[in-house]
Design a protein around this ligand. Structure first.
Ligand code: PLP
Length: 396
């Protein structure tokens, strides 16, 4: 008798998503009757707006149950192109739009479309957990640049320039950021864009949280920072966060036509089209603008209220310091003063205080926590009280 051969290098080298793992553990503890306050969620706690669901149900009943064109149903691609024009002045043909089964898959296809084995992908840390794994699955090498809270978790032009090598092919940017919530200003992005043009890099601009920006600030579309920038920018966004549609698995990618075409061809071999009737729900989200805006405004005002509350409470805890992040639904407090590894801090926090949080090291930034405030006000209030008591215990 012999064992079957080993699994592939890909299978052995990929790390499972630590955020999904912690969220799953917290949910399992809650299901077992434990009173856990979870800050681990990576999705809005709101339901998908009713009018979006109804549009998908109607499509399902009307027989929209077959394969669709790989890059998406025509009216949705046209509506996506139209909304970029209206929101940012980005003039796109429908051929530059690819609808995928999730923004996550859009990111992977973007990396596959531009990276060869051996190429380097620059990823500012703290980063969304999937970028390094996706780069590795494309045979490329992720290179990290640490951006601490002192720098507002943002990559500086000097850091970017120092990190670029002849092998650098792609820079990944995420603003507003998951996990830090940081939002780059237009001027900050323009300075980075100039270097990307100078060094001939592609940019994957992950704008998944473009509509979750607070304090009256407006999102910046990276591609629209200049004609030379547009040529090398791949923009990923979607419906998951803006319309609370994470389970629908729909994402959008827009790019110059040759890149969009390559992405669609890769997708045609790997997934075919995103779920056909789900795309009609997304179409309603883009077409019924008044209803969509109202649902978004309600969610955003709840997030903003929680953001301010959680930020204020965290900074009252001796030993904790936290920036007021300007976007997404995360805060990223610094807990390095406790002298514990963040993984150890989170493990004890969950076991002893029944609070779930994701350690910063999962995002390439040791010494922090990622706290999602996409959860109920009462859970946030109770959770931060427990966190304060836990921290007081550590200080004794
Ligand atoms: C949630 C998220 C995505 C992907 O969302 P999908 O649900 O796959 O559409 C991509 N990037 C970031 C930073 C995210 O937080």
């Amino acid at each position: 008798m012999s064992n079957p051969p080993p699994l592939s290098v890909w299978a052995r080298n990929v790390s499972p998503s630590p955020t999904l793992a912690i969220d799953a553990k917290a949910k399992a503890m809650i299901a077992a009757g434990e009173d856990v306050c979870s800050f681990a969620a990576g999705e809005p706690d709101f339901d998908t707006p009713e009018f979006i669901k109804e549009a998908a149900v109607a499509a399902l009943k009307a027989g929209k149950t077959k394969y669709a064109p790989t890059p998406g149903i025509e009216p949705l691609r046209a509506a996506v192109a139209e909304r970029y024009g209206a929101e940012y002045g980005y003039r796109l043909t429908p051929g530059q739009v690819v609808v995928s089964p999730g923004g996550k898959f859009s990111c992977y296809l973007a990396i596959l479309a531009v990276c060869d084995p051996g190429d380097e992908v620059l990823i500012p840390a703290p980063y969304w957990v999937s970028y390094p794994e996706m780069a590795k699955l494309a045979g490329a090498t992720p290179k990290f640049v640490l951006c601490s809270d002192r720098a507002g978790f943002k990559l500086t032009p000097a850091q970017l320039e120092a990190a670029i090598t002849p092998k650098t092919k792609l820079l990944v940017l995420c603003s507003p950021s998951n996990p830090s919530g940081a939002v780059y200003t237009r001027a900050e992005l323009a300075a980075l864009a100039e270097l990307c043009v100078k060094h001939n890099l592609y940019v994957l601009s992950d704008e998944m949280y473009e509509h979750l920006i607070y304090d009256g600030n407006q999102p910046v579309n990276f591609a629209m920072l200049g004609a030379e920038v547009e040529k090398r920018t791949i923009t990923v966004a979607g419906f998951s966060k803006t319309y609370s549609m994470t389970g629908w698995r729909l994402g959008t990618l827009v790019a110059p036509a040759p890149i969009a075409r390559a992405v669609a061809e890769l997708q045609s071999q790997m997934a075919s089209n995103a779920t056909t009737f789900a795309q009609y729900g997304a179409l309603a989200a883009l077409k019924e603008k008044a209803k969509a805006a109202q649902a978004l405004a309600e969610m955003k005002s709840a997030f903003d209220r929680r953001r301010k509350f959680l930020h204020a409470e965290l900074n009252k805890i001796p030993g904790v310091s936290c920036l007021l992040a300007g976007g997404a639904f995360y805060l990223f407090p610094n807990i390095s003063s406790f002298g514990l590894k963040d993984t150890e801090f989170c493990a004890r926090l969950l076991d002893q205080a029944k609070v779930a949080a994701v350690p910063g090291s999962a995002f390439g930034a040791e010494g922090y926590l990622r706290l999602s405030y996409a959860t109920g006000d009462e859970i946030i209030r109770k959770g931060v009280e427990r966190l304060a008591a836990f921290c007081a215990g550590l200080k004794k």
